[in-house]
Design a protein around this ligand. Structure first.
Ligand SMILES: *Cc1c(COP(=O)(O)O)cnc(C)c1O
Length: 394
């Protein structure tokens, strides 16, 4: 049986899959079993931030798993402690971390911290959390409800937990706050919703208002975190100090990890939260090495150069195809081109794959780019050359 047949027979049908069989990868280049190569402008949805087959991460993982892969959180885990220290230092915030295994799980942790804060810090119970339209916060029952997209709140999975509502715009949040509101949860650049950055002054105004009113600001940096937008966190770029920040995707370089960090270090006590796998030797050792690499390329200037080079090439591609695209959006290496309609976007996606460049879709009409942060200029050139070929016939 082919991989496609086996997959269709034995894996639940939850993804509209492309049956290419990748067999090797180096940085932003993948090769399939027919020896076709592809420039990867997706990094597996912003995950493989330091590229495919990264030698330093592979060595760190090999060395670790030859000794200890896993021990329970009932004992200290050295790379977990070191990673928490690293995350706190790179973020610049006075935070402590909890480790889980995914973005949704990190957001669940954030919601639990907020709920307990709302239960224990005030005379009345506060539990409501406000999110934004077109947000994406995960696929668990609670994070589906936190996600501000009506079509995600299908009756198929109801009932959902109470206490979530979403607003169309940041400036609408103020009016929907009541004395039961405990937190506002936002992305700073909406990823799945269409690579949409929010206005810095609106975010800062909201952050100040929430602080004055003792309402928590949760920033979901599952996609933006780990230098994706240029700084370690998009919160750094926006110059705000959230109460709770979540990370996942890029910070593990492909090893599953979810992180929730908070300045409210006294809320959770033993027994409140936990995870079997979260923060184990394997994932935290890998993430520590990913963070070291990313910190180095930020500090030596190469990340900023890569971002500028990618922006330059994307700008040229956008300018020469204004018949297809209506705007260029995004921040850092989280970029999008708004396509004039959904059909055109589908054709671009199909042709791009055929030409050997991998791109993503976001929202209804955005062509999304999340290349590895280590992508070379040569890979960027090659990727855009293939994209130009992909759109020629459209
Ligand atoms: C991907 C994503 C999630 C969900 O992460 P999973 O690891 O798939 O659970 C949550 N929030 C944002 C902003 C994301 O981009």
């Amino acid at each position: 049986m082919t991989i496609e047949n086996i997959d269709k027979r034995y894996v639940l049908n939850t993804y509209a899959r492309n049956y290419v069989n990748f067999v090797s990868g180096t940085n932003a280049t993948l090769t399939d079993d027919k020896k076709n190569n592809y420039i990867d402008f997706t990094s597996g949805i912003g995950v493989v931030s330091v590229g495919h087959g990264n030698k330093r991460v592979a060595d760190a993982i090999c060395n670790q798993v030859q000794n200890i892969t896993h021990m329970s959180n009932l004992f200290a885990i050295e790379p977990q402690s070191l990673l928490a220290e690293k995350i706190a230092k790179l973020s610049g915030y006075d935070v402590a971390c909890f480790f889980g295994n995914s973005g949704a799980e990190a957001n669940e942790g954030a919601i639990k911290i907020a709920r307990k804060y709302g239960e224990t810090k005030f005379n009345n119970k506060k539990f409501k959390i406000i999110t934004l339209e077109n947000s994406f916060h995960g696929r668990t029952i609670t994070t589906i409800k936190a996600t501000g997209q009506k079509e995600m709140h299908k009756d198929d999975f109801a009932p959902y937990p109470d206490g979530f509502s979403f607003e169309e715009k940041i400036n609408n949040i103020y009016n929907s706050i009541d004395d039961e509101t405990v937190a506002v949860m936002i992305e700073l650049v909406q990823g799945e919703g269409g690579v949409q950055p929010f206005c810095k002054s609106e975010v800062q105004k909201l952050a100040t208002f929430l602080k004055e009113n003792e309402i928590l600001l949760i920033v979901d940096e599952v996609q933006t975190g780990g230098y994706r937008t240029g700084e370690f966190l998009a919160s750094n770029t926006y110059e705000i100090t959230p109460d709770i920040i979540t990370m996942a995707k890029g910070v593990g370089g492909g090893v599953p990890i979810g992180i929730v960090m908070t300045t409210h270090k006294d809320i959770l006590v033993p027994g409140d939260h936990g995870s079997t796998f979260g923060g184990n030797f394997l994932s935290t050792r890998a993430s520590l090495e990913v963070c070291n690499i990313l910190e180095e390329i930020k500090n030596n200037g190469s990340l900023d150069k890569t971002i500028s080079y990618f922006e330059e090439k994307l700008e040229v591609f956008y300018s020469s195809n204004k018949n297809l695209f209506t705007s260029l959006v995004g921040l850092g290496l989280m970029k999008g081109l708004r396509v004039k309609d959904a059909d055109t976007l589908s054709s671009i996606m199909t042709n791009a794959f055929d030409e050997g460049v991998l791109v993503l879709k976001a929202g209804k009409n955005t062509l999304r780019f999340l290349p590895p942060l280590t992508i070379t200029n040569h890979e960027i050139d090659e990727g855009f050359k293939r994209l130009e070929n992909a759109v020629k016939s459209i």
